[in-house]
Design a protein. Structure first.
Length: 455
């Protein structure tokens, strides 16, 4: 005899709770608990080794036809995807509202449709006329895309089931979709998950590639991408500052390729354009060296990108709590660096406001940025510019040591190529292949001496 019991599951961490509560007891996220189908507990005697259908095994080494990837027409997008779209796969395109997801997918859809493939674009956010206007603006109004403005997953799948499956199905966005088999308004966790599951099932069964748009908000409060990450094959994140021109497409998860590749685009009046050589993009005009500015040779996958880190330190007269504001880097990491600079190098930031900005709206995730950030901070505090045409890289430990980082040679070669003359980094950073004049920084205290001018 089966016993059933009601339970609630957290959509963020999977933690189980016997009753609903606003905050998950396991991961402390808010509003993530949803009612789960009652767990069925069978008695010990129940045996699963009979009564099922036989499944068919195929040898792993059996030669089979590999699906041919389809190019998106944008080399930068293909690159982030690991070489194009895989048929039957599900791609989630996540990003802040207004960043350009619809624009990117409409451009892609148009290219694939113009290549003689059947493409269906369903917008739940815009009327067909609005999408048409956008297509006109992008110069792809003539592409033979089948366009629909609808939000019912049942209607969409019923219609698609009547004909041959398309090569590409774009759903913009998953938060607007609605399934009548699930309770709740569109955008709730159960709706988003249920709709995505149905669409993904259709994609896998029919071999049509699926692209889902998913909005995220700054605090992650709208249900969406986080719950979907497990279900889709590829999670793409489209990033950038809306007020800046440049956008970065990053693969956060990819079952068919590497995750550390990026694609760089610039948002122009006629849509997104590829930036094939982005290493100079994020440097501001640098004629005179300024205090508080350091250049960091970041690495994105296999691709070096030079970015400028700007620090500003404002000494406070009153006893007010000083602010620390960061754009484009991790807040916690800045707090850690300030603590290391204070405790290992005797600097004092406690009565000063600290502002840190990564130029050009870039978001740094490379841990090798520590040394460049520290150099910018010390230079701002001392009000002395860093040596002209210098780049800085290395990870800083809590003891104030500079730890080695991956691919120092690649970082230095790219910096030399762009006209930089000096490199500062960990003690094993020097390699033979670059013309950069390299100096090892043996600890943060040495950096401070060097910048303040004692050495
Ligand atoms: P959109 O693709 O609608 O963003 P999302 O789908 O991620 O919400 O893009 C929105 C912004 O892009 C909009 O603010 C204007 C800008 N944009 C351009 O600068 N040029 C263009 O050709 C287009 C279509 C949009
Ligand atoms: Mg949109």
């Amino acid at each position: 005899m089966a016993k059933t019991k009601k339970r609630f599951v957290c959509t963020n961490c999977g933690g189980v709770s016997p009753r609903w509560q606003g905050q998950c007891g396991e991961c402390s996220e808010w509003n993530t608990l949803i009612e789960d189908t009652p767990a069925t507990v069978f008695s010990q005697k129940h045996d699963l080794s009979s009564g099922g259908r036989g499944i068919e095994f195929v040898p792993l080494n059996q030669p089979s036809e590999l699906p041919v990837r389809k190019s998106t027409g944008l080399a930068e997008f293909d690159r982030a995807l690991g070489g194009g779209i895989v048929p039957g796969s599900a791609v989630l395109m996540s990003g802040d509202p207004g960043i350009g997801k619809s624009t990117l997918l409409l451009q892609t859809a148009a290219t694939i449709a113009s290549g003689g493939n059947d493409v269906v674009y369903v917008s739940g956010e815009e009327a067909a006329g609005q999408v048409r206007l956008r297509a006109k603006r992008l110069g792809v109004a003539e592409a033979p895309i089948r366009l629909a403005s609808d939000t019912s997953v049942r209607d969409i799948l019923t219609t698609l089931a009547q004909g041959k499956p398309p090569a590409l199905l774009v759903i913009d966005s998953i938060q607007t979709m609605h399934s009548d088999t699930i309770e709740g308004a569109p955008g709730t966790v159960s709706q988003v998950r249920g709709c995505a599951l149905e669409l993904i099932r259709y994609a896998k069964a029919s071999g049509c590639a699926l692209m889902l748009v998913g909005h995220v908000t700054k605090d992650g409060s709208i249900a969406g991408p986080r719950v979907l990450e497990h279900m889709v094959d590829v999670v793409m994140s489209f990033e950038g500052e809306r007020s800046h021109q440049y956008r970065i497409l990053r693969a956060l998860k990819n079952r068919f390729g590497a995750v550390d590749e990026i694609g760089v685009f610039s948002m122009e009046t006629g849509g997104l354009e590829e930036v094939a050589n982005p290493s100079m993009l994020f440097l501001s005009g640098r004629d005179n060296p300024l205090a508080g500015s350091a250049v960091f040779p970041a690495l994105e996958g296999t691709r070096p990108v030079l970015v400028e880190i700007q620090a500003l330190i404002v000494k406070l007269q009153s006893g007010a709590t000083p602010r620390r504001a960061v754009v484009g880097w991790d807040n916690g990491r800045l707090a850690m660096l300030l603590a290391v600079l204070e405790s290992r190098c005797g600097l004092n930031f406690s009565s000063a406001e600290v502002y840190l900005n990564i130029a050009g709206g870039y978001r740094l995730s490379d841990p090798a940025a520590d040394l460049a950030v520290a150099a910018a901070l010390v230079s701002a505090l001392a009000d002395r510019p860093l040596p002209d045409k210098s780049v800085w890289f290395g990870e800083v430990s809590l003891a104030g040591e500079i730890r080695p980082v991956a691919h120092s040679d690649l970082r230095m070669r790219e910096s030399a190529k762009l006209g930089f003359m000096r490199g500062y980094g960990p003690s094993d950073g020097k390699t033979g292949s670059s013309t950069l004049d390299y100096s090892a920084v043996n600890g943060l205290a040495k950096l401070v001496d060097r910048v303040i001018g004692n050495e």
